[in-house]
Design a protein around this ligand. Structure first.
Ligand code: PNW
Length: 570
């Protein structure tokens, strides 16, 4: 896209978005969702050493799917079978394999001091196995990226596995389904891969995340099978895969501990995702807890608590085995040695969180074709006044993250928590959403709830990471859902990046380290607060003669100059 064309996208986009916003301010219906106390803006700052970061993942941004000797991953396979919306693939994606210096420049511009990205296993070992050969160009690529970050004073946080399993490992060993009852080859292969990364990059990388969201790999990849590697076995596949992933994680943790920690002094954890489950009625309280235990506890309980699955998961699955006439539970068991080696294998607790569900108790009708969803004996829904993002599953419920952080503190012995993803999607639409007020609101409201967890509830939240630095390949939705702080034009062969208004907002947030009393930024946020909560000050505090609408509108006039100023610099 030429400079002129891009300018006109920005201008039309800005204008149309602002116009729509003004219209929507006038017609937004009264919304009973706002709770004056729960949802009030907290002023103050995060602790001094708080980590602000943004994240991406290899398959979602790198492209260069077959350069040099890179092997195919299970996501290359799935995409090439045309299984993604609009037949999109990650073949080129954001082309970060070539454009990484631009990505780093965007972070620098935002004042970010940390970057969470993932390494593609088949870019390092084309078959997944070191003995079959190393792709030196791939190794060099990550060296260049890491060096570029360090030169720009940005600390790398590296995810070892963000879903792009080497296809050969799936074909040879069944991937994470590989013989789950004993020590299996997949644990060793993951360990070898981890060791190689520590050896090559550990002098500069001090934060390692073994797996990103094993819940997704297990359930969507090996249970339902709509995600790669498309294994459909919803009664048991997810339990076997999760079992192997937990053991592989423990292996990689101990390798760091035994062979590298003393010399390199870094930290190793895992990133788990969880939607907060809030009970629909007081009678659903146990069901909501069960929901969270089956979701987060499935992985967090073994790793951060005692080496074993949550009690409620074991008893529920044992009862189901009886009902189903099975001699053993579909939930596998760890041996005593395995429990010992799993327990305590996280130096920090990585958390990805996006949304909340309302949980109802659905206990206990025996089910003909059981699966992970029915195993929980719960129903899930959403309150009618929860706003929605572009992704079908993403409802905006800011207070959910505070509850979840509090749960983690209580349940897992007050660990240091790194929020490794949080963010909101827009639709891919024309004109592009550059004035992304909904995303600004999302980050404003969610980070304020994180600050409440930190400063009011004494949760040890150490980091907040925005998903995502860039619009990118959103898995089965392809390029139709945009999570970026920066817009990427996927029709432009050069994949030009453009800052959205949210990147300006996020930069201010980082610079202010929260919402300090009296700062211009906090004033802006105060003006936006009711608008972001889809309500007006008058509805919350009583009739104020329309001042609230004016203050919401006023905040738009602050936002627009910010946007224009930034687009001139960029
Ligand atoms: C996470 N769901 O994935 C991932 O870590 C990212 O790669 C991804 O782009 C981001 O969240 C946004 O989706 C999820 O269907 C994928 O509930 C799907 C779901 C949740 C998280």
């Amino acid at each position: 896209m030429s400079a002129t064309a891009s300018d006109s996208i920005m201008e039309t986009g800005t204008f149309v978005n602002c116009f729509l916003l003004v219209i929507s301010l006038v017609i937004i219906p009264v919304n009973g969702g706002y709770d004056k106390e729960r949802d009030a803006l907290l002023k103050g700052t995060f602790p001094q050493d708080f980590i602000w970061s943004s994240a991406t993942a290899a398959y979602q941004i790198e492209g260069a799917w077959n350069v040099s000797d890179k092997g195919p991953s299970v996501w290359d396979t799935l995409a090439h079978q045309g299984r993604v919306y609009n037949q999109d693939t990650g073949d080129v994606a954001c082309d970060s394999y070539h454009k990484y210096p631009e990505d780093v420049a965007l972070m620098k511009q935002m004042g970010l001091k940390y970057y969470r990205f993932s390494i593609s296993w088949p870019r390092i070992f084309p078959t997944g196995e070191q003995q079959d050969g190393v792709n030196q160009d791939g190794v060099d690529y990550y060296n260049r990226l890491i060096d570029e970050l360090i030169v720009n004073d940005i600390q790398p946080m590296v995810t070892l596995f963000h879903w792009d399993l080497p296809q050969v490992l799936q074909d040879r060993y069944g991937g994470f389904l590989n013989n789950h009852t004993n020590t299996t080859v997949i644990h060793d292969l993951f360990g070898d891969y981890a060791r190689f990364l520590y050896q090559n990059y550990g002098d500069r990388v001090k934060y390692w995340i073994t797996f990103n969201e094993p819940w997704i790999t297990a359930w969507l990849g090996y249970g339902i099978g709509n995600f790669a590697p498309q294994h459909n076995e919803p009664a048991e596949g997810q339990y076997k895969a999760a079992h192997n992933i937990i053991l592989s994680h423990a292996k990689a943790y101990h390798i760091y501990d035994d062979e590298f920690r003393a010399a390199q002094g870094g930290q190793v954890g895992i990133t788990l995702n969880c939607d907060w489950g809030t009970p629909k009625t007081p009678a659903d309280a146990d069901a909501a807890l069960r929901y969270v235990q089956f979701f987060l506890g499935w992985f967090a309980h073994p790793i951060y608590k005692n080496g074993d699955y949550p009690e409620v998961m074991k008893t529920t699955m044992a009862r189901k085995a009886q009902e189903e006439g099975r001699t053993t539970s579909r939930l596998p068991e760890f041996t005593p040695e395995q429990k010992l080696s799993i327990s305590g294998t996280g130096d920090f607790f990585g958390l990805n969180h996006y949304t909340t569900v309302e949980v109802t108790d659905a206990c206990c009708t025996p089910i003909e074709n059981p699966n992970y969803d029915t195993d929980k004996d719960v129903g899930t829904g959403h309150a009618p006044d929860w706003p929605r993002a572009a992704s079908s599953w993403l409802y905006v419920v800011p207070w959910g993250i505070r509850n979840l952080l509090g749960f983690i503190k209580e349940e897992y012995g007050d660990p240091e928590i790194y929020v490794t993803e949080n963010g909101r999607s827009d639709h891919d639409q024309d004109p592009a959403i550059m004035m992304d007020m909904e995303r600004i609101c999302y980050y404003m409201m969610y980070t304020n709830e994180v600050m409440k967890a930190s400063n009011m509830d004494n949760v040890k939240v150490k980091a907040y990471t925005a998903w995502s630095l860039l619009d990118n390949f959103e898995w089965l939705s392809g390029y139709s859902e945009r999570f970026g702080l920066h817009y990427v034009d996927f029709n432009d062969p050069t994949r030009t990046r453009y800052p959205k208004a949210s990147s300006v907002f996020f930069k201010q947030l980082v610079r202010n380290n929260g919402y300090p009393e009296g700062s211009e930024f906090t004033k802006y946020v105060e003006n936006m607060w009711y608008f972001c909560h889809n309500t007006t000050e008058a509805e919350v505090n009583g009739y104020t003669g329309g001042a609230s609408q004016i203050s919401s509108l006023f905040s738009l006039f602050l936002a627009i100059p910010m946007m224009i100023a930034y687009s001139l610099i960029a």
